[in-house]
Every structure is written in C-alpha cells, then in structure tokens.
Design a protein around this ligand. Structure first.
Ligand code: ADP
Length: 481
C-alpha cells in the first residue's frame, strides 16, 4: 500500500484531515492495532463535495460513456492484478476468513467489469406525441453522489456503488465505515492509477456522526446512497430531507429460509448453514430464520443441528468456516441477544466451536442454532448481525407465508421445495426484493437487482437497475411543426 491510510483523497490529492486527527484501526482476529485512518470531518467533506462538483461539471461530463466504461474495465483488471494483496488487507481489517475475502475481491472485479461494459449501453427513449412534435427522454446522471457504506463488505460495497455510479456519469464523495476501510483506501489509489480523473472519486474516512453526518446533510449533494443499520438509516433520511436530497437505502433484513416437507435436505442444509455463517452472520441478506414444516420438523432440525456443530470459527488467516465479529461492541450486541434468549428459555439446539488458534483479544462468538422460537420474539424479529440461526415451525403454505412476511424487513428469502407450483406460488407472496428457489444468495449477484421492501429500504442496487437509480430522466419536447 503506498497511499498513507491515515490520509483522505480529495481531487486526487492524498492529504491529512484538516483537523489532523486519526482513528486507530484494530484487527478483529486479535484486537491489536494494525493501522490508523484519517478522522475526516465537515470541512473535509465540504472540500470533497466541491471537488466532486467541479469534476462532474468539468472533466467527467465531457468523458464519453465508452471512455468511462474503459476506465472502469481498466480498474477491474487492476484490482484483479492486486487480488491477493487486497484479499489479505480485507481479511485482516474485517476478520473474515481468507477464502471469503478472496470471493469478495473477485466480486469487486466483476462489478467494475459489469459496469465497465454497461456504461455505453444505457440509453433513453422517445415517446409518440402530438403531430409536429418529437419527444426525447434522456437518461442523465444525477450529479454528485454521496456514499455512506458499512464495514461488513468494504471492497464489494466499493465495487457495487462506485462502478455503477461512475458508469452512469456521476462523481462521488465516498465515506466508508470507520471499523474497516483499508481495502477501499487502496482501491481509491488504484482507481487514480488507471486514469480515473481527479475529483471523480473523493474519499473521506471518518466517524459516522462526524464525516457521515456532514455528508448526509450537505446541501450540494444530488443523491445519497446509504447501506447500514435501520436506526442510522432513519437519521440519514432526516438529514437528507433538509435539502430534499433523494436517497437509496439498504437497511438489512431478517431473511427467511422456508423448508417444506418435500425439500431435499442434503441440498438445503449446507446452503442454509452457509447463509448464516457467511461473514459470521454480518451480512444484510443473511438467512437468519429457518421456517420448517411441522411434519418434518424433528428430522430436519436434527440434521441441521449436526451441520451447525461442525462449524469452526477462527482467525482470518486460519481460513476456517468463519472469523471473529468486527468489534467488541458487535460482540457485546450478539451476546446480549443470546443472554436474553437464555433468560427466555429458548432451547439451544446446537453450537459451533471456536478453534484453538483464535487469539485472546479477538471478537469471537460461537455460531448458534436455537429453537423453536416464537415468531414474535426479538430473535425472530430483529437483525442480530451475528451467527445466530433460529428455527420456527409452520403448518402449511399459508402459515409459512404469514410467518415469512411477519417482520418489519423484506430483503431476500429462500424457498425449499421440489413442488414447482408451490415454488412460484410462495415466492410471489413473499414481500422481499429477491427470492431464491432451492438455493440462497448468488455470490456477489452482480447482475441481479437487489434491495428491500418495507424497512429493508428502498431503491435498487446491482444489475442494470442500479444504472437507472444513478440517473434521472430529462424529457425534451421539440415542436418541429
Ligand atoms: P452497521 O450496522 O454497519 O454498524 P451503521 O449504520 O452503524 O451500520 O454504519 C453504516 C455507515 O453509516 C458507516 O459508514 C457509519 O460511519 C455511518 N454512520 C453511522 N452513524 C452515522 C450518522 N449519525 N450519520 C451519518 N453516517 C453515520
């Protein structure tokens, strides 16, 4: 890494935060300090927004779509070239196992590849109108876009947001999470190295209530993209509303896996376990509720419990099934849920194991399977953001749909049944942005529109759909006589 991680990047210049302060960065695997990042604040954000505005009105709006696409493709290749370095950085910074970090970097490469190819394929429309008129509907970039992203998938979030945002012709001020952002700092440097012009990507690291709040409340933003907790999402919308800044929000979920009596257990169980332990449960789309039909409940749960018992947790470089949680605070939060579940006498069906290599000072918790859980209990309603899977029994299709839809969230769902009619019938009744039949998740799922219903947020990321989010229509009506 050549850019000093304790600097921010504005208009292509790496510099200290104006207050010269930094924030220490700790490795989740052992709690030791590994780096420091700049503690950017309102003056830095303001400077960054001005740089993004100048680049938007200047160089970037004059760069043809095909050229923007080529630059993104070059960045894709550059990230692929640095894949090992970036995966190691990501694993050390977030605590995630190396194999997951490698997958994350591969997905990041794909984001820049996909949107690099898509940049010159986004086009507007014409509308038949009155005699003597021609109506042209242009798709124009929104302008200066603020991004506030979480710590769970920093590299992927950089790819998912920046690639689509730039392909559509916008410039950005990017505020990654203070808990993990080293890969983002490095990729910002790589982006400038491949020729993305200064001012197009401005990176301001810092704390949520300082740099994040300054960005969300900035009067000169055209659009704001936020991914994180529902609580902060509410604050963000209030800040953005002050200046009528439109937002796209992805706020997590409590995603159900619905297992019917004719499901293929051998296919379902490894996927169901992997969907909750991936990234140690710190995934918005984690499959955190398993709804199991009563007629197979005991048999299915026994097999599921066996699989959970085989899960091993360890340091990022031990490359086991999952790593530590991101921080002491997150560890306390997850343990709080487990303590309350114990007080409420919810049976523990199985737990995974923490490996011997897990160092003291790391933020480790055992993966847990609990159930049966009342669908109204907080464990079945709230996002734990840890490796905690709850089992809820159901009677029939209608009951399954009712329980699946019975939370405030609506991000994704899995349906496990060999009955073709039921697959679609159930999928169409669940109020979520993505439904997987006999599977769950799609790796990065770069091509697939992604986003929530209800409290999981609004707007869509990924796929071609994201290019529509990052643009607006402008209608030109010509009276040519
Ligand atoms: P998580 O569940 O990932 O911890 P948060 O919602 O706390 O989610 O954080 C997501 C992002 O939002 C981070 O970049 C964080 O710095 C930022 N953030 C946290 N609080 C605020 C705030 N009050 N205003 C703006 N951004 C914030």
């Amino acid at each position: 890494m050549s850019a000093n991680p304790a600097t921010i990047c504005i208009n292509g210049q790496w510099q200290n935060a104006k207050n010269k302060q930094t924030i220490d960065v700790f490795a989740p695997s052992n709690g030791k300090k590994i780096s420091a990042i700049a503690r950017g604040d309102a003056p830095d954000v303001d400077f960054a927004v001005k740089a993004a505005r100048a680049a938007f009105e200047g160089v970037w709006s004059k760069t043809p779509a095909v050229e923007r696409g080529r630059l993104l493709s070059k960045l894709s290749a550059k990230i692929a070239e640095h894949a090992n370095e970036l995966a190691e950085l990501e694993a050390k910074d977030t605590g995630k196992a190396m194999k997951l970090a490698r997958n994350d970097i591969a997905a990041t490469v794909r984001y820049f590849e996909f949107y690099g190819g898509a940049a010159d394929k986004l086009h507007g429309d014409t509308i038949p109108f009155l005699d003597g008129y021609q109506v042209i509907v242009n798709r124009v970039p929104r302008g200066v876009v603020g991004h506030i992203i979480p710590w769970n998938y920093p590299a992927q979030m950089f790819g998912r947001t920046i690639a689509a945002c730039l392909a559509a012709g916008n410039t950005t001020v990017f505020k990654p999470a203070e808990d993990a952002c080293l890969s983002v700092i490095r990729m910002t440097e790589l982006a400038h190295g491949v020729g993305i012009p200064p001012g197009v990507i401005n990176l301001v690291t810092g704390l949520g209530h300082e740099a994040g709040a300054a960005l969300a409340s900035h009067p000169d933003l055209d659009y704001l993209s936020f991914t994180g907790s529902p609580e902060v999402g509410t604050q963000i919308q209030k800040m953005a509303a002050e200046h009528h800044t439109p937002c796209v929000l992805e706020l997590g979920g409590k995603s159900p896996q619905i297992v019917f009596e004719d499901a293929d257990f051998d296919k379902a169980i490894p996927v169901i376990v992997s969907a909750i332990i991936q990234n140690t449960g710190q995934t918005c789309s984690a499959g955190s509720r398993v709804l199991v039909q009563k007629s197979i409940y005991d048999r299915f749960v026994a097999q599921l419990a066996d699989k959970v018992r085989s899960v091993r947790v360890g340091a990022h470089d031990a490359d086991l099934d999952c790593g530590p949680l991101i921080s002491g605070a997150q560890c306390e939060r997850v343990k709080g849920f487990l303590a309350r579940a114990q007080a409420d006498k919810i049976p523990v069906l199985a737990e995974g194991a923490i490996d011997e290599n897990a160092q003291p000072g790391g933020y480790y918790v055992k993966p847990m399977l609990l159930g049966p859980v009342d669908p109204a209990h907080e464990l079945a309603q709230l996002e734990v953001f840890g490796p905690v899977l709850v089992v809820i029994p159901f009677d029939d299709e209608a009951h399954a749909v009712q329980v699946a839809n019975g939370t405030a969230f609506g991000l994704i769902a899995g349906v496990w049944t060999e009955n073709g009619g039921r697959q679609l019938r159930v999928a169409k009744q669940i109020r979520v942005g993505q439904v997987y039949i006999n599977g769950y998740g799609a790796g990065g799922g770069i091509e697939l529109p992604f986003g929530g219903f209800k409290r999981s947020g609004y707007g869509r990321a990924k796929g071609f759909e994201a290019l529509h989010e990052y643009t607006v229509t402008q209608t030109i009506v010509v009276n040519h006589g």
